[in-house]
Write a protein that binds this ligand. Structure first.
Ligand code: AVI
Length: 348
């Protein structure tokens, strides 16, 4: 896959640099490619033609519109998760980073806008020059992150517009002897993986790391079911818009004819799997045509497309996940207002 380096941005920022260190902002981005569209088409065909429950992969929720809607979700009173995540970082970033060897650089999986990461980078950069590598498939989110964090003193930002593991391998490949990496996986994005897939993913992250490296994992904890459902079905309809935008994206990028008004957002608690599931439910029988994916099908009234799962954890689950993936959990912080845990894992 081709990449482009934006040296011009770097030079522009250098000329306004106020720190004694050479400041750098560098973005390694995917050239817009036919390949991404055909991957979307192939995954859409596979998911929508499944027998039984139709599905669309949740990663496609985050186009430019979806990323903005997600930022709005994070501000909703019903969605306490992001505020809990931030509160814990605000209170404990210094302590978390004091446990890292020097020098430690930071790679973040799914940086989003980068707001929460500021606290980690400020704590680390008090004692060392820090490289920060946000890894994101959404170019819009990566640009927002660069805007938020690209000018921090003592921090050089190198963004990777790549899938998580691909980006992390690229970061590992540029490390020098004696340098350590702290991987941030915040916001309970791990919850968007099924439990076996989460274990598998964390093992793959571990495989890229070396002794002395670490992983800070945010995990949303189980709480009262009504609170959990309200967090994914807010009365202002922002989460509904986020979910429906996925069909809008299919229309925009693959020429689909989904009528968004004929779908209804659902957020359901699955007790057995301990997860919230988001679905889009057809409110009438309809014929769907998606020429860009060469895919045509009929949906019955009441039928749903499953678009996302958000798994919730018991407080002692993260330590068990750490062991299964080849890490050791050395600390956990739980928010006192919204049950959510930051879990610090190291590689021995
Ligand atoms: C990104 N992820 C952790 C969010 C979550 O809570 O599962 C995505 C989200 N979906 C609906 N609301 C928020």
């Amino acid at each position: 896959m081709s990449t482009q380096h934006f040296g011009a941005w770097k030079n522009k920022l250098r000329s306004t640099n106020r720190s004694p260190w050479p400041l750098g902002v560098e973005m390694i981005v995917q050239a817009p490619s036919q390949k991404l569209t055909s991957e979307f088409a192939a995954e859409l065909r596979a998911g929508l033609s499944k027998n039984g429950q139709r599905e669309l992969p949740s990663k496609y929720l985050y186009d430019e519109v979806g990323s903005e809607l997600f930022e709005a979700i994070c501000l909703l009173p019903e969605y306490g998760l992001t505020r809990a995540d931030s509160r814990l970082l605000q209170r404990h970033a210094e302590e978390m980073m004091s446990r890292m060897p020097t020098p430690t650089h930071v790679a973040e999986l799914g940086s989003g806008s980068g707001k929460k990461t500021r606290m980690i980078l400020e704590a680390l950069s008090k004692r060392q020059r820090t490289f920060y590598y946000p890894i994101e498939i959404s170019p819009a989110a990566l640009a927002a992150c660069e805007k938020e964090l690209g000018q921090l003193d003592f921090v050089s930002l190198v963004g990777y517009e790549k899938p998580y593991l691909e980006g992390l391998r690229a970061v590992a490949a540029r490390r020098e002897a004696g340098e350590h990496v702290c991987v941030l996986f915040l916001g309970s994005t791990i919850g968007n993986f099924d439990r076996p897939a989460a274990d598998d993913f964390l093992r793959q992250v571990r495989a890229v790391l070396e002794p002395g490296d670490s992983l800070l994992l945010g995990a949303d904890l189980e709480k009262d079911v009504s609170l959990q459902v309200a967090a994914y079905d807010d009365p202002a309809g922002v989460t509904a818009a986020f979910n429906l935008n996925l069909l809008g994206r299919v229309n925009r990028e693959l020429g689909g004819n989904f009528q968004l008004r004929d779908f209804h957002h659902l957020a359901l608690w699955n007790e057995e799997e301990r997860r919230i599931e988001m679905h889009l439910q057809a409110t009438r029988r309809q014929h769907i045509e998606i020429p860009g994916a060469s895919f045509y099908f009929r949906m019955e009234e009441g039928e749903t497309i499953w678009t996302e799962s958000s798994h919730k954890y018991s407080p002692d689950e993260p330590a068990q996940m750490a062991r299964r993936a080849g890490f050791r959990q050395i600390a956990q912080w739980i928010d006192d207002l919204w049950p959510f845990a930051q879990n610090l894992w190291i590689v021995d």
